[in-house]
Design a protein around this ligand. Structure first.
Ligand code: ADP
Ligand code: ZN
Length: 729
């Protein structure tokens, strides 16, 4: 296939519009490259697209319109086009939606924007002042470098009018320079640490893998604090030495700033960042520079997989078991799986790092598809915490209290020693349910089948499904009794209240995503806690994700049973991972830690596996159960959710789909449902769910596509197909 189209040649252009067809256009004046980002006319509009190949020519040539212009960005590479195509096939996503993911750069169509920069000029000022001297000194100190007005004013400690005065006399020259500048080149040999033998051996294996320039995936397993990050940074270093680009995916924006600091210490400069907490300007710069190869390392959220890398050599998925890697909105993809796909196409290496790998990755190691490296001990003096269960059946505790006497005593002991305790509860807000003591009514969201959660901090009730909030009523909406509404069950805010009552002199900090308006506020809060500005930390799952609190020596898990309930097939796995992660927060520095789990079922196999620390036993038992049930990772599943404001419509279509299942039966797959989804209504849309199960080797996607194509959807109805569903709501 040719890579260049001359003016007037027919080209096929994929647009991000929901058309699901590649449209023919004539190449513009000057021609265009295969993969070029272009602007094309579509009806009365101008839309963005990518030249996907030669045109089909099944349309009257005279009527075919011209590409309006080629955008000033590097053409999409063939690996990227392949990646989008295969990812679309795997997730049954329309190509237009895939392209939207790949073009989420602000101002993509704009000409490269310019900004004013200032450097030393040749003129002489009419008179010198102290301020003027300072400016000229700064510029001389930095040789030929140029600065923005703000930078220069700050460095010289003068106002911008001083600089403008110098410009007038030509002593400082003002020039236009492109706004998007290359990222500093990271130095792979800048600040490496001396590795332990264990770590060095692991780093060596990864370095060789990266240097081989071939595809491979390695599971890097090691308890929290064993140095996984140090080890994979060595793989990043090797990738940089090879002149290729590296990507590190993190599950949580709140973790990035700590990580960026480590990158800077290791490589001398900050990497490029890509996530929702980054400004538009910086995101545009990142997208463009990644495409030009002028960003060696990107640290980002899952969508960073869709950046236009020039030569991606390594993808690290940190905390690979984390559920936030599964995108549950819009395009339903799992970033971990897509990382493997992308690496395959790019001849790149993948490192999956975790203290508690997913059963999927564990099974892939078992099957010989992934390599495995294990770091067995924690770095330095830190050891794994002692784990114990508190049997809540025998604790003396009133119904509205959550911290058992045993846990209270443990906290008190920490307070006396000046150490930190963490109370972990995976429930945001004050209380999960608000109930009327007179009639039993529970306050629910008006748009969803979900109960409203009381947030005292915000002084409102909030729906955790749709985000709807309303003021806390004083009268029961059902029986109109006054002042009879009361909270049931614990949330982090209520825990904070209880802790304050129990330990009035302790400094108590709540760490929950609701309490921080911005990633920055959260970051500052975390830094303060790390320094020791709190005695008791009360947190949701946010704290389980890799923060390092050196003074923390006790973790109390308020309700270890929470995750074991429910119909989710991964409930046991999640609980196991979460408990181990949380326990990993305790005793990271020199002081040994202890983790205590409050449970009503201390004999439950998951609780016992956590206490016993016997991971292999847990994984083996869990794998055997999943194998027997034929569910992932030993079987394949797809969830289909139909939603509509009209309840009849969704059930009718669901029933019709279940009945006409020939394409699925042909591959031996089974359909379950339709059934109301666990949350049967979200934002006023009724939801019905079907579940498809197939053997591991079955061609599920093709069968699903053929099956779904049989039905005509009413315009009000939406169908979402989720391959390998993670959550069942
Ligand atoms: P993990 O990623 O497995 O949780 P980290 O790489 O974050 O572990 O290591 C935990 C802590 O120990 C970090 O502060 C890290 O800098 C430090 N550390 C790990 N290995 C070494 C080493 N070889 N030399 C010095 N410090 C180390
Ligand atoms: Zn709601």
């Amino acid at each position: 296939m040719t890579d260049f189209f001359h003016e007037g040649d027919l080209v096929g252009v994929l647009t991000a519009q929901p058309l699901d067809r590649i449209l023919d256009y004539k190449a513009p004046e000057g021609g265009c490259m295969l993969g070029a980002f272009v602007e094309v006319p579509l009806g009365p509009r101008k839309v963005l697209g990518v030249v996907w190949g030669a045109g089909k020519g099944d349309f009257d040539y005279a009527k075919v319109r011209h590409v309006i212009r080629v955008l000033d960005v590097a053409p999409m590479r063939s690996e990227m086009r392949q990646f989008l195509t295969r990812a679309a096939e795997y997730t049954l996503t329309p190509m237009s939606a895939m392209l939207r993911l790949a073009t989420r750069a602000p101002g993509l169509g704009d000409a490269p924007s310019m900004r004013k920069v200032f450097r030393l000029g040749t003129g002489t000022p009419d008179r010198m002042t102290d301020a003027r001297t300072k400016v000229l000194e700064v510029l001389r100190d930095y040789g030929g470098l140029s600065f923005t007005l703000g930078e220069l004013a700050e460095m010289a400690g003068v106002t911008s009018s001083v600089i403008k005065g110098l410009v007038k006399h030509g002593a400082v020259s003002e020039e236009d320079a492109p706004r998007d500048t290359a990222y500093a080149t990271l130095d792979p040999d800048y600040g490496g640490k001396e590795l332990t033998a264990d770590q060095a051996a692991g780093a060596d294996v990864l370095k060789h893998a990266v240097a081989s320039g071939t595809y491979g995936t390695t599971l890097l397993k090691g308890v929290t604090g064993s140095g996984k990050t140090e080890v994979y940074l060595e793989a990043v270093a090797e990738c940089l030495r090879q002149g290729r680009q590296a990507l590190v995916l993190l599950p949580e924006i709140a973790l990035t700033s700590e990580f960026i600091t480590r990158v800077e210490a290791r490589f001398g400069f900050k990497p490029a960042e890509w996530h929702s907490g980054v400004t538009m300007t910086e995101r545009r710069r990142c997208w463009r520079m990644v495409g030009q190869g002028a960003a060696g390392l990107v640290v980002g959220a899952r969508s960073a997989l869709f950046l236009p890398y020039r030569d991606l050599g390594l993808i690290v998925v940190d905390e690979e078991h984390d559920t936030s890697y599964k995108q549950e909105d819009g395009v339903l993809y799992n970033a971990r799986d897509m990382a493997v796909l992308r690496a395959h196409i790019n001849n790149a290496q993948v490192v999956l790092a975790s203290a508690t790998p997913s059963l999927e990755s564990w099974a892939n190691v078992d099957a010989g598809k992934y390599a495995k490296l294990e770091l067995t001990s924690r770095f330095g003096a830190a050891v794994m915490p002692k784990m114990g269960a508190i049997d809540m059946r025998v604790e003396d505790l009133p119904g509205s209290r959550w911290v058992s006497p045993t846990l209270q005593a443990a906290i008190r002991a920490r307070l006396e020693k000046g150490e930190q305790s963490l109370l972990f509860l995976n429930r945001r807000g004050y209380a999960p349910v608000t109930i009327c003591r007179a009639c039993g009514h529970q306050i629910a969201c008006d748009h969803c089948d979900a109960r409203m959660v009381e947030h005292r901090f915000l002084k409102r009730l909030m729906c955790h499904q749709c985000g709807e909030t309303k003021p806390m009523p004083t009268v029961c909406p059902s029986c109109e009794a006054e002042d009879r509404l009361s909270p049931v069950g614990p949330g982090v805010e209520r825990m904070a209240e209880e802790a304050t009552a129990l330990f009035p002199d302790a400094r108590i900090a709540v760490l929950s995503s609701d309490h921080f308006g911005s990633a920055r506020a959260l970051k500052e809060h975390i830094a303060a806690i790390t320094r020791g500005d709190a005695d008791i930390i009360i947190g949701t799952q946010l704290v389980a994700k890799g923060h390092n609190f050196p003074l923390l020596t006790l973790v109390g898990v308020i309700d270890a049973d929470l995750g074991l309930q429910g119909s989710d097939l991964r409930a046991a796995e999640r609980t196991f991972q979460l408990m181990r992660q949380v326990a990993g927060r305790a005793g990271r520095a020199e002081a040994p830690g202890e983790a205590l789990m409050q449970t009503f079922q201390p004999e439950h196999p998951v609780i016992r596996a956590i206490l016993g620390g016997d991971e292999e036993a847990f994984w083996t038992a869990e794998a055997a159960e999943r194998k027997a049930a034929g569910v992932p990772p030993y079987g394949r599943m797809a969830g289909i959710v139909l939603s509509s404001p009209n309840v009849q419509e969704v059930f009718d279509l669901g029933t019709e789909m279940a009945r006409n299942d020939a394409p699925l039966r042909r591959i031996g797959a089974q359909v379950f449902g339709p059934a109301p989804a666990p949350i049967a209504r979200i934002r006023g849309r009724h939801r019905v769910r079907l579940l498809v199960k197939a053997d591991k080797g079955a061609p599920l996607q093709a069968a699903l596509a053929a099956w779904a194509a049989q039905f005509k959807l009413p315009s009000t109805l939406r169908m979402a197909i989720d391959i390998d569903p993670q959550s069942f709501y």
